[in-house]
Design a protein around this ligand. Structure first.
Ligand code: GLN
Length: 286
């Protein structure tokens, strides 16, 4: 079952092959908002947990968010304050603002626990986590409209001369973040190698740096950012055009919240909020 979904998902992705590593979805395109009734719906969200807003939140007046906060530049913790920061954090703030809510971030948790937490309900309203929209996840939770496009990458230590071919070997260890599309890609495309699921991409990259692992497979925008800012002795040897799109996970029991999130995302595209966040974290609108 999951193999079929994955293949369908990856095949679907080839539509996006060759596009930029990270591009905003529907940015500036007016057709995105046409079917949404965005302005009207967003204005309605000033009420919070009662029926007037059409959805409930775990804490009144707040959009409570969860993520794995070791995925820069989408989410990380400020070194001084320990507060969450990043592209997704700014998206959450803007979403909350558009919905007339305050934003509330819970402590970091493992990526592979995010979908179950949202599915179980009661703890958080949304997972905003650079999370790829997949058929498998959509069986468990609802996913919002896409807000970022992304691809996979293979990262090695510069000078080790590994290639996708040499890595597909029983002697080689490929680090991935547990429960991610990078893990799925590695398992499917490097079947001879040992795949090592870890809690964070940071742990995976550090392990490649120290020679513990031969490579990391993870989202391209993250590997590019990390190599530029911290892991300058690593390099991307292959960009894999999986054509993934990030969405926000919402409980299937809260369809009104999904609708409100989609309306707010559409409003953020049309009023320039999303472009401003892209400029802040990636230098320019994507
Ligand atoms: N986009 C990837 C996925 O959804 C990785 C996300 C992450 O590690 N935060 O699986």
């Amino acid at each position: 079952m999951s193999q079929i979904s994955r293949r369908q998902f990856l095949q679907g992705g080839t539509l996006f092959a060759g596009t930029l590593a990270l591009t905003a979805c529907g940015g500036g395109a007016s057709e995105d908002t046409s079917a949404q009734g965005a302005d009207e719906t967003v204005a309605d969200q000033s009420a919070t947990t009662d029926g007037a807003a059409g959805y409930t939140t775990v804490e009144a007046g707040k959009l409570t968010c969860i993520s794995n906060l070791f995925f820069p530049p989408f989410e990380s913790m400020n070194e001084q304050t320990g507060d969450p920061e990043g592209f997704d954090i700014d998206v959450s703030k803007s979403l909350a603002e558009h919905m007339g809510l305050e934003v509330n971030w819970l402590p970091s948790q493992d990526f592979d626990t995010l979908v179950p937490t949202i599915k179980n309900g009661g703890k958080a309203d949304v997972a905003i986590a650079g999370m790829t929209i997949t058929d498998k996840r959509k069986e468990e939770v609802d996913m919002s409209d896409p807000y970022v496009d992304s691809n996979q990458s293979i990262v090695i230590k510069s000078g080790t001369d590994e290639t996708a071919e040499t890595l597909d070997d029983a002697e080689k260890v490929i680090a991935v973040q547990s429960g991610t599309t990078g893990q799925e890609w590695a398992q499917e495309n490097l079947p001879q190698a040992t795949i090592k699921p870890l809690s964070t991409v940071i742990e995976a990259m550090s392990g490649v740096q120290t020679g513990l692992y031969n490579a990391v497979v993870c989202d391209l925008p993250v590997s590019k950012y990390q190599i530029k800012t911290s892991y300058t002795d690593l390099e991307v040897i292959e960009e894999i055009p999986t054509g993934e799109q990030y969405g926000i996970a919402v409980s299937k029991d809260n369809p009104g919240l999904l609708e409100a999130i989609n309306s707010a995302l559409a409003a953020m595209e049309s009023d320039g909020s999303m472009a401003a966040i892209e400029a802040e974290w990636f230098g320019s609108a994507l």
